[in-house]
Design a protein around this ligand. Structure first.
Ligand code: ADP
Length: 190
């Protein structure tokens, strides 16, 4: 299995770039943000629990997202590999992912980290808020909170994967196609 962690701050372009990687390498896309939004739309118990955290730009508790990933792996045992988008977001999630993948006799091949400046992120997210209908994209203080949470809790994962020599930093500014090419090259060189 080829398992990739697509990493970067909110607004880095993970969802957009995941589409290219899925096609190029025939992988399953697992976006915890998308999974959580589906749970909210279906008004499940999990969705109700997650909603308040997401609306404030806070992280949903680890056990909730780890459980969702465990179910996805279990349901797709024959997949060629996975792109994890927006997961892991804490060291506890990264440790849980390692354990889950070990249980399935596989591992993380690489972390692809999209690097984008804060000013550009704010611009992209506020722009996306005009069309996405996502309330967490429409308020600059919620966006700030998401970026702060990223810096405090999520960015340290670069050290986690760096220590395993799995970190690949990719310039996340430029045209969508240019960035897709950089990611494609990085995966091919694995
Ligand atoms: P973005 O990367 O732009 O923040 P996402 O769709 O990945 O968008 O995430 C939206 C929200 O969903 C996050 O702010 C957070 O509340 C929640 N979320 C998504 N993935 C996780 C995760 N792995 N752990 C905790 N919360 C998560």
């Amino acid at each position: 299995m080829l398992n990739l962690v697509l990493f970067g701050p909110p607004g880095a372009g993970k969802g957009t770039q995941a589409e290219y990687l899925i096609k190029d390498f025939d992988l399953n896309h697992v976006s915890t943000g998308d999974l959580l939004r589906s749970e909210i739309a279906a008004e499940t118990e999990l969705g109700l629990k997650a909603k308040a955290f997401m609306d404030n730009g806070d992280l949903v508790p680890d056990e909730v997202v780890i459980g969702m990933i465990g179910s996805k792996l279990e349901a797709n045992k024959d997949a060629k590999g996975f792109i994890f988008d927006g997961f892991p977001r804490t060291v506890a999630q990264a440790q849980a992912l390692d354990q889950l993948l070990t249980d399935h006799s596989t591992s993380v091949a690489a972390m692809l980290s999209l690097e984008v400046e804060k000013e550009e992120l704010m611009k992209r997210l506020l722009n996306r808020g005009l069309t996405s209908g996502r309330s967490d994209d429409q308020d600059s203080s919620i966006i700030e909170n998401r970026i702060n949470n990223y810096n405090e809790k999520t960015a340290p994962l670069k050290d986690f994967y760096g220590a395993q020599s799995k970190l690949h930093s990719i310039e996340g500014q430029g045209s969508i196609e240019e960035i897709a090419k950089r990611l494609n090259d990085a995966v091919k060189s694995l």
